[in-house]
Design a protein around this ligand. Structure first.
Ligand code: MN
Length: 339
């Protein structure tokens, strides 16, 4: 079978390898159908993801069809359409015991710390696969993982019906957070530097959009919230300055959700945190969000609606990465198709 391997930065090869086999009786053999390309895959390709090790089969946004199941597998059958939950964890450390295995001491992410989905077949334990209604389009269900990232941010922000939420950034993560916040019943404001992305956010349910260069973000937020500020900020831009802005525009008792990997420090005074009794939380990967997202996919409450902009076949994978790199304005989410 064919596999896409990143040997080291900027060195990607398609090679012929042996088919993986079921070794434990709780494992499932899956034939890959679609893999989404994520910003973090681009970082692994560029050699700039500090968490990845090489050589690596990338891909953590994966949908496929079950072709064989181990003897102990009870929830899946041959022919099921599945999406991959890309985390595996120890189950015993503090984070795992707290129900937060996404930040396990021993966390391993499919396609980052271990080989992922950009290969024709792969084997995973049953609990890392979720069956989805088989009448749904592969292009729809492969978005499950990015939706869980949005769902996690909304959960970490404790977004409730009627809350006013600011989502900074209208890239794929911002859009996924938008869809989840709207399903939760929130009023959502979004910012970006691109007119085209702001327009797309509006088409996907954003109540107000703010151009972060042409308008005063703080001024507009205060105008739209009667000077109260937003209850929750989800920062999907992740610059020191957007993080700082989050504290300025949050209402008393508000929450700031941070998704960034930037190591550059932000200038954050203590006063707004104490005076408004703010909560600042991180949001990484996801915890227990797949069940919810699969249900929403099955009910067709989560739909891509223009989020997928390109598809490339397995043989054109390197071309796909070059295209994504050179055309950031044309790409929302690109997919690799396996047939
Ligand atoms: Mn991703």
């Amino acid at each position: 079978m064919q596999t896409v391997q990143v040997k080291k930065g900027y060195d990607m090869v398609i090679s012929e390898v042996e088919m993986p086999r079921i070794e434990q009786q709780n494992e499932v053999l899956v034939k890959t159908k679609r893999v989404g390309v994520c910003g973090s895959d681009m970082h692994i390709y560029h050699g700039t993801n500090p968490l990845a090790t090489y050589p690596r089969v990338i891909g953590h946004e994966v949908a496929g069809e079950v072709v064989e199941v181990g003897a102990d597998v009870t929830t899946l059958q041959v022919g099921d359409h599945v999406v991959v939950e890309p985390i595996s964890y120890c189950g015993t450390c503090y984070a795992c015991r707290k129900g937060r295995p996404n930040v396990c001491e021993d966390l391993s992410v499919f396609g980052v710390h271990e080989d992922g989905g950009m290969r024709e077949f792969f084997v995973l334990p049953e609990h890392q696969l979720h069956a989805v209604d088989s009448s749904l389009d592969w292009d729809e269900i492969v978005l499950a993982e990015p939706y869980t990232i949005g769902a996690q941010a909304v959960w970490r922000g404790e977004v409730e019906e009627g809350d006013t939420v600011l989502i900074q950034g209208c890239g794929p993560i911002g859009i996924c957070a938008l869809k989840m916040a709207k399903l939760q019943g929130a009023y959502v404001l979004m910012t970006d530097l691109s007119e085209e992305r702001l327009k797309f956010a509006k088409e996907n349910g954003a109540d107000k959009v703010i151009h972060a260069l042409h308008e005063s973000v703080e001024g507009k937020i205060m105008e739209y919230t009667n000077s109260v500020g937003v209850n929750v900020v989800i920062d999907a831009v992740c610059l020191p300055s957007t993080f700082e802005l989050g504290l300025t525009v949050t209402s008393p008792a508000g929450t700031i959700v941070c998704l960034g990997f930037d190591e550059k420090p932000s200038q954050i005074p203590q006063l707004p945190i104490t005076k408004k009794e703010l909560t600042i939380v991180g949001s990484r990967l996801q915890t227990n969000q797949f069940k919810k997202v699969v249900e929403l996919l099955n009910n067709e409450q989560l739909q891509s609606n223009g989020l997928i902009t390109q598809t490339f076949s397995l043989n054109d994978v390197e071309e796909a990465f070059t295209f994504i790199e050179n055309n950031p304005d044309k790409v929302r989410k690109a997919l690799i198709t396996f047939e």
